[in-house]
Design a protein around this ligand. Structure first.
Ligand SMILES: [Zn+2]
Length: 287
């Protein structure tokens, strides 16, 4: 019975998939394939701040009278649509692109932005992009924090530690009390990218740091614009989930036993990106 449970969960996980894995690791179809059509919508989140939601990771747009700061740029085929969506709210050019992490559903348009915008990411995100031979590698990196001052507005990009990857940045708009969390707070997780330095063990501690920032609104890496409470609940899962695995492994419980507890808890615990990686999560937490 418990075996069936795991198999069923895994089947669901395969069906729902993980966008960045699909993008970065699946063989790319050649030849006859129609080019993908962008499908996004822009909505106002706060004064001069917008979210572009649809394909790939969410993008955030801050408009100033000296140019636009964009957070994350989806897939390559979304480039023109992002530019058009920004044009629908301002005539200002996109001067900066801030990448929350390396994945191709957040950095896919980098190559097209690089000639006209400065792209900034955490040092580890750039290192892993170079290692993975990803396109659109940025010229500028930071380690703990970098602040941008444009048109009288301030944007803070901060690093609090490992989680989704080893280079997850959050982007904070202090005057608006809004946070773009990237995938450290995405509703398709907590999805640990072990190949690129992610950690389930560290994730909760990282979010404890993020939650020291004073914000009311979260634009997650994936999913709808949310309140601060969303990230607080998310943090609780990233603390309780590894604690549960650690104690159950110590008690000699099997993977099936652990999967059953995840099923009972529901919500993020049964996200395919979590359930599919239970072996890797258990391996990380055994030590
Ligand atoms: Zn990601």
């Amino acid at each position: 019975m418990s075996r069936t449970l795991v198999v069923r969960l895994s089947a669901g996980a395969v069906a729902l998939g993980c966008t960045w894995i699909a993008y970065t690791q699946a063989p790319q179809p050649q030849g006859k394939q129609q080019p993908k059509q962008a499908n996004n919508a822009i909505s106002k989140v706060a004064e001069d701040l917008y979210a572009i939601i649809g394909d790939g990771g969410n993008s955030t747009v801050l408009v100033t009278n000296e140019g636009v700061i964009l957070v994350d740029d989806k897939f390559e085929y979304d480039f023109q649509d992002i530019v058009d969506k920004v044009k629908s709210v301002t005539n200002q050019p996109i001067k900066y692109v801030l990448n929350t992490h390396l994945h191709g559903d957040h950095t896919g348009s980098n190559e097209k932005f690089l000639p006209t915008a400065e792209i900034i990411a955490h040092k580890n995100a750039r290192d892993t992009m170079v290692k993975n031979k990803a396109p659109g590698v940025m010229r500028v990196v930071f380690t703990d924090e970098t602040d941008l001052f444009l048109g009288g507005k301030e944007v803070r990009m901060k690093y609090f530690g490992r989680g989704h990857t080893n280079g997850d940045a959050v982007v904070y708009f202090p005057a608006l009390r809004v946070l773009a969390s990237g995938d450290i707070g995405a509703n398709n997780g907590p999805n640990v990218d072990y190949a690129n330095g992610g950690s389930m063990k560290e994730w909760g501690k990282t979010l404890d740091g993020v939650l020291q920032l004073d914000f009311d609104t979260v634009i997650p890496g994936h999913g709808p614009v949310s309140k601060r409470q969303y990230l607080m609940d998310y943090r609780d899962v990233t603390v309780k989930l590894p604690a549960t695995v650690i104690s159950m492994v110590r008690e000699g419980k099997s993977k099936d036993d652990i999967a059953k507890v995840f099923m009972t808890n529901g919500g993020l615990w049964v996200n395919p990106n979590v359930v599919n990686k239970l072996d890797q999560i258990m391996a990380e937490l055994k030590n």
